[in-house]
Write a protein that binds this ligand. Structure first.
Ligand SMILES: C[S@@+](CC[C@H](N)C(=O)[O-])C[C@H]1O[C@@H](n2cnc3c(N)ncnc32)[C@H](O)[C@@H]1O
Length: 243
């Protein structure tokens, strides 16, 4: 079980309105520029926000996403035809020779299963050209972000155009070592529907991610901070050796 809301059509359509502030993507746009990337693979692209920002800037964007309902939202957006969308995960990619692969908004944590995680690192490396980079963020477990995922601290009421008011909140249901499971509840004022979605995230230590990257043949260039969330996230910049 991981992030099941992304595959649910009614919930996938809520993702953008509920996550309206995407300042987190600025740092990724800057990295695209910094590394001179012209072809970018966005792994776990969700509703396609980042891939579409790239396409707007004339970058060749490929978005891969296992949740079909999220990908349907992405495909239907203005400019959607300029992105190459692939339904699936990084283990089943065609040869891409990408300059950069990204996992924005803590996709890495959503890939909680060890086999899926290792498959993702292997697949991303194979999709990069020699010298290409993989960049992604993951929350620092020491900050214990899940402690704030209570109804009291996360409750929001959002007016969603075409949908009406939606109340939403998170509640942690289980903490099992590095695995944190939480339930998100959505209440739709329009018809009184109550939907829930269960998600499990893996909180990896910095050293663990570094070892995983090395094990898959990446050279770690840097571990940065997320400028919009200082001290809370590790942002890994890893390079496929060569060229
Ligand atoms: C929090 S969303 C982030 C979506 C998008 N990157 C963004 O910035 O808006 C996490 C995404 O990871 C996707 N995901 C879950 N498991 C995955 C996997 N094994 N490979 C790729 N993506 C995965 C989910 O379906 C979901 O769309």
């Amino acid at each position: 079980m991981a992030d099941e809301c992304f595959g649910h059509p009614r919930l996938a359509a809520l993702y953008d309105p509920l996550e309206a502030d995407r300042g987190d993507l600025d740092a990724y746009l800057l990295m695209v520029e910094e590394f001179g990337a012209r072809r970018v693979l966005d792994i776990g692209c969700g509703t396609g926000v980042f891939a579409l920002l790239l396409a707007d800037r004339g970058i060749e964007a490929v978005g891969v996403e296992p949740a079909g309902a999220s990908l349907d939202v992405a495909r239907g957006k203005p400019g959607g035809a300029r992105v190459r969308w692939i339904e699936g995960d990084a283990t089943s990619l065609p040869p891409l020779e990408a300059d950069l692969a990204t996992m924005t908004a803590n996709v890495a944590q959503a890939i909680a299963d060890p086999d899926a995680w290792h498959g993702t690192l292997r697949g991303a490396r194979a999709a990069l050209r020699p010298g290409g980079r993989l960049v992604f963020e993951t929350r620092d477990p020491a900050r214990r972000a899940w402690e704030g995922w209570t109804r009291r601290e996360s409750y929001r009421r959002t007016d969603v155009p075409g949908v009406g008011a939606v109340e939403s909140w998170h509640q942690v249901t289980d903490v099992d070592g590095p695995l944190v499971t939480f339930r998100t509840t959505y209440v739709f004022a329009a018809d009184g529907a109550v939907l829930t979605s269960d998600s499990t995230l893996r909180f990896r230590e910095r050293q663990e991610v570094e070892a995983d990257l090395a094990g898959h043949g990446y050279a770690l260039e840097q571990v940065r901070e997320a400028p919009d969330r200082p001290g809370r996230e590790f942002v890994f910049v890893a390079r496929r050796p060569g060229a």
